[in-house]
Structures are given as C-alpha cells and as structure tokens.
Design a protein around this ligand. Structure first.
Ligand code: ISE
Length: 335
C-alpha cells in the first residue's frame, strides 16, 4: 500500500515535491495538500489525483488522512507543524532549515526524543546529488591523499524581494554548513565573512557577494563565494584540493554547442533543475525508509541543530570577526 504523504506548503518547493511524488516516486502518493491559501492549495491538489486539501495540519492528522508529513513551508513556519506531527508520531521530511535558530531546534530535539527513535529527516538534498556522493567517497577512500581545502561557489541569478541580508547565511550558505562537514567528515569549528567589492546590481538592501570562510575541526579550510545576483544562472560547484590531486564537481554538463563562431553549453537557472536528481533520490530514499520502518535515511534533526548553530555563527560573522561554533554533546538517541 502506498505511503500517504501530507505535503505542507504549496509554494515553489511544495509544488515541486508534489509533482515528484506523483510522477517519479514509487511507493507513495500525495494524500493531502496542507496550505492556508485556498487557491494555491486547490491548484496544487489538482496535480495530485485523490489529494484532499486542508488549511491546518492538525485537521489532516485528526482525519487520519496521512501516514507521513513533508514540510515545505518557509523555515519560520516549521515548528508549528513539527509539534503536532511529532505528537502524532508521524515520520517527517522537513525542508531546510529545521528551524531558524538553535533554541527552537533544541525544542524539536526534546520533543522527538519522547519517541522511540528519530522521526525527522531534514531536506539537505545535496547529500543525495550523485557528484557530491562521489566526492565524499573519494575523500573517505584517501585515494588522493588527505583533503586540505575546499573551494566552493554558490551562485543564484537573483533572489526574491523577501530575501534579506541574513538569508545569505540562513537560506543559502545553510547548505554548505550541512554538506561540507558531511563531505570532509569533520564538524565546523568557526565561521568568518569577508566582503569583496559590492555588486551594484544587487538589490539595495543586500551587501553581496560575500566570501565565507569555514574552518573545520580537522583543519580543512573552506571558502564559499555566496553570490545571489550573478545574473546568468544557478551555479553550485566545488573544488577539493588534496595532497595528491584536485577534484571538481558541479561543472556545467550536457549538450555542448559549437555554432556561429562560439562554443556554448547549457547552465541551470534554478535549484529545482540543478538538484532535480538529488531531490528525487532524497524523497525516494525517505519513502523507502519510512515504509520499511527505518523512518530516516539522511540528515536527521541533530544535523539540523548543528546547522542552526553554524548559521548563528555565520549571522554574527556578517558583522565581523571569526565566530566559533560550539555544539552540545550528541545524545545516544542520534548515534
Ligand atoms: C534557496 O532557498 C535554496 O535552498 C537554494 O538551494 C539556494 O541556492 C538558494 O540560495 C536559497 O535561496
């Protein structure tokens, strides 16, 4: 029997996940679209045969309409959905970030630990991108020697009006804060932000691009160019420098065209296409894990809490200084 998923939030990401679950994922279907905007809810449910609409997650739970919940609202709305879903003992895939700050993430951890095992997977989809997975294997294998440093670029063509300065960290670099420790096998020790010359084409409220320096506990230094006004496309690429070689992922691929005296290749313009395969893998593995009782196959709520701590350091670093990250001890529950 198909897993009945309630998708909470029918914005860009929610609609993308609804299409994915309906057309590309096996073993699951969208049973409910939970969204306060009735027009949006109806439009999204129209793409998911058999889905009911609700304005509140509590009502879908009370109706026993869902077996699991996928939360795709903006981060500040995650906690009020996580609370009733955890209280009902439902498995949860929560889009990033888990919550906007470490205090609320700790509240979530406390609620989850009342259950018999972790129920929350956090939507850091880069871990499911085939190239990121290959790079992680290379690092772990030691085939190119020790990892020394990582150079990352994270570029968006533009951002919506709702995107403010701290979101450079909490909405965007949040991905590097999860994926880099996972790649390198070492937690974040500190974060620093440097400002290059400002791009006059950035929205007036933003001072960017920024250069984020992340030092890991094992001494690996990571620099991230975070740039949200790059104009030409969506580009996420990484170079890893080893003792005996260099590895690159995320370079443009696909059709190369030699025409009219020029060479060109396609570039993504949105994360929905750049990471389409990663999202598909992420949701399929989560569905499989829920169906066979493991519930989580990927980053968990503890990882979400660690990222919230790194984001707090990153936001402080926007005002200067090297900001250290100090985590509590990991409970055995998340071992
Ligand atoms: C957006 O919310 C994402 O999660 C994208 O992956 C990221 O590239 C973008 O900067 C964020 O705004």
């Amino acid at each position: 029997q198909d897993l009945r998923i309630g998708v909470v939030g029918a914005g860009l990401m929610g609609a993308d996940h609804i299409a994915r679950i309906t057309h590309r994922i096996s073993g699951a279907r969208v049973a409910a679209v939970i969204e306060p905007d009735a027009g949006r809810a109806a439009a999204a449910a129209g793409n998911a045969p058999g889905a009911q609409t609700y304005s509140r997650v509590e009502d879908a739970i009370a109706d026993s309409a869902v077996d699991a919940v996928l939360i795709a609202t903006p981060g500040q709305f995650h906690l009020p959905v996580l609370e009733p879903a955890l209280a009902a003992g439902l498995p949860i895939l929560c889009e990033k970030p888990l919550t906007p700050d470490s205090d609320t993430s700790l509240q979530v951890l406390a609620l989850e630990q009342k259950l018999d095992r972790p129920h929350i997977q956090v939507g850091f989809m880069r871990r499911f991108d085939p190239e990121y997975a290959q790079l992680r294997e290379l690092i772990a294998s030691g085939d190119a020697g020790e990892l020394l440093m990582v150079r990352a670029v994270h570029r968006n063509p533009s951002v919506p009006d709702s995107y403010g300065q701290s979101m450079l960290i909490t909405d965007s670099v949040v991905h590097e804060f999860d994926v880099v420790p996972w790649l390198a096998g070492s937690p974040i020790a500190s974060v620093e932000v440097k400002y290059p010359r400002r791009n006059d084409l950035s929205p007036e409220r933003l001072r960017e691009p920024i250069l984020v320096l992340i030092e890991l506990q094992n001494g690996v230094l990571v620099d991230v160019e975070m740039n949200v006004s790059v104009q030409f496309g969506y580009q996420v690429a990484t170079e890893a420098v080893f003792q005996q070689g260099v590895a690159r992922i995320g370079q443009p691929s696909g059709l190369q065209l030699w025409q009219a005296g020029r060479v060109s290749s396609a570039e993504h313009v949105s994360f929905t296409t750049r990471f389409a395969t990663a999202y598909d893998n992420e949701i399929q593995r989560w569905v499989d894990a829920v169906r066979d009782g493991r519930l989580v196959d990927g980053p968990n709520a503890w990882d979400g809490y660690l990222v919230a701590l790194a984001c707090e350091a990153g936001v402080r670093a926007l005002d200067g200084g090297v900001q250290s990250v100090e985590a509590a001890d990991r409970p055995a529950f998340y071992a």
